[in-house]
Write a protein that binds this ligand. Sequence first.
Ligand SMILES: Cc1ncc(COP(=O)(O)O)c(C=O)c1O
Length: 328
Amino acid sequence: MSLQPTESIWHNGALVPWQQATVHVLAHGLHYGSAVFEGIRAYSTPNGPVIFRLEDHVRRWLQSARIYRIPMPFSAAELEAACCEVVRANGLTNAYLRPIAYRGLGGLSVSPVDTPVEVAIAAIEWGAYLGKDALKHGVDAAFSSWIRPSSQSTPLMAKASGHYLNAQLIADEARRNGYGEGLALNAHGQLSEGAGENVFLVENGVLETPPQSASVLRGVTRDTVMVLARDLGLEVTEETIARERVYVADEVFLTGTAAEITPVRQVDGIALGEQCPGPVTCALQSAFFGLFDGSTPDRHGWLCPVGAESPEASAPDGRAEPRVCASV
Ligand SMILES: Cc1ncc(COP(=O)(O)O)c(C=O)c1O
């Protein structure tokens, strides 16, 4: 899917025209992958556009920066406000936000000492990540010949650009072999995650997902699904999962900001369950997308209204004031 340019991108503290949001060819981040980023979605709702779990995404972004010792030159509040500003400024309602902090032009030594940190936030229109029909009819997945690295070599709790070389190998191998997405095992041969998604299995009505120690990113959507499932009265466990458990699961689905909740139809050519999406996947999709059409109440305070231009925008008297992002 090619990118549709928007009017502006937030770059180092201000909105700049799309064409001017550029990076030097000798930027450290470009050569060594020293960048930390997020993927965040904004959704249209009956009460105006909202950013989903903005605070949690910005928190993870800052944690990724801390793990890689990248000094972030903006506070969480400033970054949250900037995310809202870039959605508003481009007149978007449904959007995918791509915040990134990267080491810029400094030295060329691998050690990043003295490289300045630059920060950008883009918001674009982006449809279903794994294809138009994937949310409805599922994707066919395959285990990759590439494995997820251990956290002893790359700290996978950080969402860092360099980690995505491994993800590219997994995703590209799957697509070249005719699959919608690749699944990875970890260094111990257990289920880890998809190239850009966490994985859930459903067996006998119980949801299972690999723990963080299985070399997975601590996904915000993964957490959302666990909370929504428990709200629906379902049991959820985080467990080490052997590869063959995937083949015998009643349902398998992928979660991610981009992929949302995407059912998996078959893995390595083995059809899963009796129907796709299965009943648990359907119930979770309804609960998740219901957050944006109002049919699921926002019990957990996950929807951050993008707000009006004015930072003073506030609720009418007598109502709890919504968390509206201010302008920076
Ligand atoms: C490797 C990987 N795992 C899992 C996820 C899902 O994370 P989230 O739900 O926070 O988008 C992503 C997407 O960001 C990812 O790239």
